[in-house]
Design a binder for this molecule. Structure first.
Ligand code: GDP
Ligand code: MG
Length: 372
């Protein structure tokens, strides 16, 4: 509780101390100027002057989840943003092939001088609209993020090979998407292959509530060949259609916040991280707290290795300037100044160390009991 005495309060209200004491006396409270007042008394007195007194809540700088969730977004500033898509499916069903195809076709149509970098995410374009694809869906950090309810994916594309059908990881992917609450678009892949039976895949998936419209359901199925690029444009079209239904919007005017896609230590550049901006616009020079570390954005590059100065919502960018390497799945928040970013980062690192210490002492106790 914030201590406030009569003198402090009189200053705050621009009144004589004597006047305050008298007023309090009339309210049945006997005080002197150094006596500290409780919250109720301050409230009553302030109300007498027609002022609403509210104690300012102590801000926990280290609680970046709160900054993340509560940061004011102005309805009027909301703008449509690109959907963030994860491609999932059983091993060898064609996820990498599909991503590579999208990346290749995008680069040839893309900006001059660009060399594709594998930064863990990138954007594809159709009819001038962007779609953000995440490269690292199987990553443990993403599972953990989902468990925390901090899902960064809007749409799941489920790749199922038409010559192999539903397999264990297909079912796993369906369960993941359902748990995360993201709509699923099915890409029945390898339709160019001899022996491919796309209709059988559709039949199998109906058992998992993935029912196409022609059978009374609402799941979108697209028959593709990731290898040949057949119907891939149609798949992108369907993703954009689903995005329209979801009415994905963000406020580019607020301080940026988002999540770490991947991060590593580069010999020359120090910690290098790919982050996805989820709200606001991230700028070079912005002070940030990221997971348990902090820094100031020194450089920012897109997936074509081009330097950029700012990144809008749903854009993946590679950043440098952090003090340490964050973890995939960590959240980042742009702070008001470098000092608070540093304070928040150091406090979070301290708490993380304490947590580790506490959990290891629990392990020690367990071990102790087990040996008894
Ligand atoms: P992932 O494990 O899901 O990433 O699968 P990959 O993309 O690595 O693909 C596994 C194998 O299937 C590779 O040999 C690909 O060339 C092949 N493949 C992927 N998509 C297609 C396709 O549409 N048609 C054919 N014929 N082969 C494909
Ligand atoms: Mg792969």
């Amino acid at each position: 509780k914030v201590g406030m005495n009569v003198q402090d309060l009189s200053k705050l209200l621009h009144r004589d101390t004597a006047e305050i004491i008298k007023k309090l006396f009339l309210l049945g409270i006997v005080t002197n100027q150094n006596q500290s007042l409780d919250e109720d008394t301050i409230e009553i007195l302030a109300a007498d002057y027609g002022i609403e007194a509210k104690q300012k809540e102590e801000e926990d700088l280290a609680d970046i989840d709160r900054f993340f969730d509560d940061a004011a977004v102005n309805e009027e500033n909301l703008e449509p943003r690109a959907p963030v898509v994860t491609i999932m499916g059983h091993v060898d069903h064609g996820k990498t092939t599909l991503l590579d195809y999208l990346r290749k076709t995008n680069v040839t149509a893309g900006e001059a001088g660009g060399i594709t970098q594998h930064i863990g995410a990138y954007q594809a374009r159709l009819d001038g609209r962007l779609i953000t694809f995440l490269d690292t869906p199987g990553h443990a950090a993403f599972t953990e993020m989902r468990a925390r309810g901090a899902n960064i994916t809007d749409i799941t594309v489920l790749v199922v090979a038409a010559d192999d059908g539903v397999q264990p990881q297909t079912i796993e992917a369906i369960n993941h998407a359902k748990a995360a609450g993201t709509p699923i678009i099915v890409a029945v892949n390898k339709i160019d292959k001899e022996g491919a039976n796309p209709d059988q895949v559709i039949n199998q998936l109906m058992a998992y509530d993935l029912v196409p419209e022609e059978y009374g359901g609402s799941t979108i199925f697209v028959k593709i060949s990731a290898k040949m690029g057949q119907n891939v444009d149609q798949l992108l079209e369907m993703i954009l259609l689903e995005a329209d239904v979801l009415e994905l919007k963000a406020d580019p005017t607020v301080p940026a916040r988002g999540s770490v896609i991947e991060a590593r230590l580069d010999k020359g550049r120090g910690p290098v991280s790919t982050v996805l901006v989820q709200q606001g616009t991230l700028h070079v020079g912005d002070p940030v707290v990221v997971g348990n570390t902090y820094g100031r954005i020194r450089t920012m590059q897109n997936e074509n290795g081009q330097d950029i100065k700012e990144a809008k919502p749903a854009t993946p960018v590679q950043i440098t300037g952090l003090n340490e390497v964050p973890s995939a799945g960590d959240r980042f928040v742009v702070m008001a100044d470098e000092k608070s970013a540093r304070a928040a980062g150091e406090e979070r690192a301290k708490r993380a160390r304490e947590e580790v210490r506490n959990s290891s002492s629990v392990v020690t106790l367990d071990t102790l009991f087990n040996t008894m």
